[in-house]
Write a new protein. Structure first.
Length: 269
C-alpha cells in the first residue's frame, strides 16, 4: 500500500494535481516530496493557482500534449518556471482526449456515434492500444527520455502534465515510480487516484453527453482510468524489453548508472 505523509494538494482550476512523492520503496526509502508533481492541463489556471504553483518553486513545466493541443490551449506562465514541450504521441495516428471534448460530446450526432462505439467496446480496445503506444512509439520513447534526463540534469522541482493528466502523464508517473523502486500496488494506487481527482472535475462533460442523448456510464472507461490500461503498458514493456530497467536502458537511453542517479536524486533515506 502507498504511504504518504502529505495531504493531497487541492487546486480550484487545475484538475488531477498531486505530488508524485511520498510512496515507500522496497528498500525502505521514500520518494521525495515537493520535487515532482503531475496534473491535467494548466490553461485555465487562475491567478491564485498559478501563484500556488510558483510557490512550490517549480523550475520546469513539461507539457506532454500534442502540438495541436498545446496550440489550442497553451500553458500559462508560471513565475520561475520554464516550459518544455514533449509531444509523446507525435507518431500516433490519433490523439485521445481532444482539448474541446466538452463541445464535441455535446453534439447529438457525435454523441450517437460515440455511444455506438463505446457500447461495442471499441473505445476500451483503443485505450489498450494507446497504452502500448506509450511504451513503443519512437516519439513516446524520445519524450520520456527527455523528461527523465532533464529531471536528472536539474529540472526539478518539476511538473509534468497532458490534457487530462491520466494517460501520458499516468505512464510518466508509473514508470518513474517503478524505476525508483516503488512496489506495483503503490504505483497502481497513485495511477487510479485519477478517478477520484479528475472525473469530478469534468462532471459537466458527462452531463452534456447525457443531455445530448448519450449514456454517461459509457464514457467513464474512456475519460477515467482502469488498472487494465496500465497492465497493457507494463505488458508491452515485458514483451519489448523484458523489464522496466531494460525499458529505461534500451528504450529511453537511461542506463543502470542513470537509473541509480534517479534513485539517489529522488529518494530520501
Amino acid at each position: 500500500m502507498t504511504e504518504r505523509s502529505v495531504d493531497r494538494l487541492e487546486l480550484t482550476t487545475v484538475a488531477n494535481f498531486r505530488d508524485v512523492g511520498g510512496a515507500l520503496t522496497a528498500d525502505g526509502r521514500r520518494v521525495a516530496i515537493g520535487r515532482v508533481f503531475r496534473s491535467a492541463a494548466l490553461h485555465d489556471a487562475s491567478d491564485a493557482d498559478r501563484a500556488f504553483l510558483s510557490g512550490l518553486d517549480i523550475r520546469t513545466v513539461f507539457d506532454l500534449r500534442s502540438v495541436a493541443e498545446t496550440d489550442a490551449e497553451p500553458d500559462p506562465t508560471i513565475d520561475g518556471a520554464v516550459g518544455v514541450h514533449l509531444d509523446v504521441l507525435a507518431d500516433a495516428e490519433t490523439v485521445s482526449a481532444p482539448a474541446n471534448l466538452d463541445k464535441v460530446l455535446s453534439d447529438p450526432e457525435t454523441v450517437a456515434a460515440a455511444n455506438e462505439k463505446l457500447a461495442d467496446g471499441s473505445g476500451v480496445e483503443h485505450m489498450y492500444g494507446a497504452y502500448r503506444d506509450l511504451v513503443n512509439l519512437p516519439s513516446a520513447q524520445k519524450s520520456y527520455q527527455g523528461l527523465f534526463t532533464r529531471l536528472l540534469d536539474g529540472a526539478a522541482p518539476a511538473l509534468f502534465h497532458c490534457t487530462a493528466g491520466k494517460d501520458r502523464t499516468g505512464w510518466a508517473a508509473a514508470s518513474f515510480l517503478t524505476i525508483l523502486g516503488v512496489d506495483r500496488d503503490a504505483v497502481y494506487d497513485d495511477y487510479l487516484l485519477t478517478n477520484d481527482m479528475f472525473l469530478p472535475a469534468i462532471r459537466h462533460v458527462f452531463d452534456g453527453f447525457e443531455a445530448a442523448g448519450g449514456d454517461p456510464d459509457l464514457l467513464r472507461p474512456l475519460l477515467g482510468v482502469q488498472a487494465a490500461y496500465l497492465d497493457a503498458a507494463f505488458a508491452e514493456v515485458e514483451d519489448q524489453f523484458g523489464t522496466v530497467e531494460n525499458y529505461f536502458a534500451e528504450g529511453l537511453g537511461i542506463d543502470a548508472d542513470g537509473q541509480r542517479a534517479l534513485r539517489d536524486k529522488f529518494l530520501d533515506a
